[in-house]
Ligand binder design. Structure first.
Ligand code: 1CP
Length: 341
């Protein structure tokens, strides 16, 4: 591989400068993505390997990031498990028949991923071929709690109150569903690795909505199972947004990397996670709306705070659709120009 900085950083090896990529780097801030979005529906883009490949490579070619991340969505898993998922332009994801009761759970199954998600594996094989060793490919899946949020609430939410109520009022049902999602996700990520993914990230976007105690019972045990099943195959990165209070427990899962958001200072994150794991983050995505000289200054502050070693430069959550492309490029270029001396 020509540029394996990301994998080196995950293994704790010397990198010279930190590798850099951006969560949700293939997306609406790129005019080239918008052009394909005009022509094809969301799941059509996910399910057509040629389209998924083209979109995955866009930020590598246009922005120069050190890693590609598979273009897909965390919601292809609930879809494969038997739930209808729609992506509505102005509203985001909608699941018209969410899981609320035991009889709803009958509609959910642990599928054969080679039947239901083969298109993802085909996309990965094609992406690896087209990347031709330029940069590593990151595979991903949603964490079981974050997927339960959508499967129960049926749509995006600021609080996911109905998903929480489901866990609090029907805990047995909730844990059954979480286990089914976990079993599906392990098979799915193993399939991604077999197809060529060099590392995988688990997105627990709504982990931080849970109290520390609830995170430890509702989210962490399932993330732990997934990491345990994958870590001998590839390095695993956990990103549980807002769940800074569980960094120590997440580090103890055997993951190679921990994503952090901008609400925790780098030194505190390092103290909690320990020295034996790679940290990834944590630039506030909204800060990419600042003037470019401000971006450069703030990125340098971030790099100096993390230091060089066991660190991957990234945003603290996904890039926003209204970020100018040259601001995204300034973020990446500043990391590439940084030197620790
Ligand atoms: O064109 C469009 O309008 C669709 C927007 C879009 C895109 C570009 C969605 C719908 N999904 C994606 C791709 C996507 N989703 C990737 C691609 C790879 C990349 O470049 O990073 C990834 C990794 C995801 C993961 C994802 N989907 C997450 C976890 C990461 C995060 O941002 O927290 C979540 C929560 C989703 C659900 C989802 N899918 C799409 C949207 C708009 C959302 C969020 C809805 C909400 O806020 O609840």
């Amino acid at each position: 591989m020509k540029n394996d900085l990301l994998l080196k950083a995950l293994r704790g090896e010397e990198t010279g400068r930190p590798p850099v990529w951006m969560m949700r780097q293939a997306g609406r801030y790129l005019p080239e993505y918008m052009a394909l979005r005009e022509q094809y529906g969301f799941f059509e883009r996910c399910q057509t390997p040629e389209l998924a490949c083209e979109i995955t490579l866009q930020p590598v070619n246009i922005i120069g990031v050190d890693a590609a991340i598979l273009f897909s969505d965390i919601l292809v898993v609930p879809q494969a498990m038997g739930l209808e998922v729609q992506l509505i332009e102005s509203k985001g994801p909608v699941l018209p028949a969410p899981v609320k009761t035991r009889s709803d759970l009958q509609r959910v199954r642990v599928p054969d991923v080679n039947e239901t998600l083969q298109y993802v594996f085909d996309a990965i094989s094609l992406i690896k071929k087209e990347l031709n060793g330029r940069v590593p490919l990151i595979g991903f899946a949603g964490a079981p709690w974050t997927l339960l949020c959508y499967m129960v609430q049926g749509k995006g939410s600021k609080t996911f109150d109905e998903a929480k109520a489901f866990c609090y009022t029907q805990p047995d049902l909730a844990h059954e569903l979480l286990q089914m999602i976990t079993d599906t996700t392990i098979a799915y990520l193993k399939g991604q690795v077999a197809a060529g993914a060099d590392t995988v990230q688990i997105f627990d976007s709504w982990g931080g909505l849970l109290s520390p105690e609830d995170f430890k019972s509702i989210s962490l045990p399932y993330i732990q199972q997934i990491v345990g099943a994958l870590k001998e195959d590839v390095p695993v990165i956990i990103f549980a947004k807002g769940a800074w209070y569980a960094l120590e427990e997440m580090a103890a899962t055997g993951a190679s990397g921990l994503g952090i958001d901008w609400c925790i200072p780098p030194a505190l994150a390092r103290k909690m996670a320990g020295s034996n794991i790679t940290l990834q983050g944590n630039f506030d995505p909204a800060k990419l709306l600042s003037p470019i000289p401000v971006i450069k200054k703030e990125v340098n502050n971030m790099l100096n705070a993390f230091g060089n070693g066991r660190y991957i430069a990234n945003l603290g959550h996904g890039i926003l659709p209204n970020v100018p492309v040259d601001h995204a490029r300034a973020f990446v270029d500043t990391v590439k120009e940084w030197s620790s001396s």
